[in-house]
Design a protein around this ligand. Structure first.
Ligand SMILES: [Zn+2]
Length: 217
């Protein structure tokens, strides 16, 4: 891996599984991914994911006992990716997408405490409110972190449009609250949009979109 090369993590082979877990819960979740680099060594393709924890809105954790099975898994050598979701950051690669705890995890125990990174590398992907983003961590003297893109990333591509839809729905909700519009003015599609936004309609940030986004992945 050359840190100067534009690295990518490809999740197309596990997209259905990742979509399912993201649709199943609005909370954080975490697991591990198995994958391989392409011949050029620039795209890491994940072909298998094991989800190991569904946490709260702000916390998820892989416990050592959650990974016991991996020690005897014939594919262990390809288990190189930490997978999780959290309600912060964006799909634009960079350090801001990762919490202090995340940075510590990726550098010190990316695949759980059972697998301390004494040498080599691991990668990590995280689902933020506006899509996936990734990192590759190399270990050893002088080695560091390369922040990278995750593909495909339809939420990132649609984020602008989704935000507009959500804001439009909020605007209408506000007009109803003030008696300027009535529920009778809405068609079923409008109601669907409002339902997925829940009751948290005053909150202006992208967290509101969390339950909506998996449907578009
Ligand atoms: Zn995190």
């Amino acid at each position: 891996m050359d840190a100067k090369t534009k690295l990518k993590i490809d999740i197309s082979l596990v997209a259905n599984q990742l979509n399912a877990i993201a649709a199943f819960t609005p909370n954080e979740f975490s697991g591990v991914g198995f994958g391989k680099w392409d011949k050029a060594g620039t795209t890491f393709s994940i072909y298998r994911v094991e989800i190991l924890d569904i946490g709260t809105h702000t916390w998820t954790e892989i416990r050592p006992e959650d990974l016991k099975w991996a020690l005897t898994d014939p594919d262990l050598k390809n288990m190189k990716c930490w997978v999780h979701r959290h309600p912060m950051g964006s799909s634009i690669p960079g350090p801001k997408n990762w919490s202090f705890t995340d940075h510590n995890t990726a550098r010190n125990e990316p695949l759980g405490a059972a697998f301390p990174p004494t040498s080599g590398w691991t990668c990590s992907i995280v689902l933020t409110p506006t899509g996936w983003t990734g990192r590759v961590d190399e270990y050893g003297p002088g080695k560091g972190t390369t922040y990278c893109e995750v593909v495909p990333n339809p939420i990132a591509e649609m984020a602008h449009d989704l935000k507009l839809l959500a804001w439009r729905a909020k605007g209408r909700y506000g007009r109803i609250a003030q008696g300027e519009e009535s529920w009778d003015d809405f068609d079923s599609q409008d109601l669907d949009e409002l339902d997925v936004l829940g009751d948290d309609t005053d909150d202006d940030d992208m967290d509101d979109l969390m339950p909506l986004l998996p449907m578009f992945m």
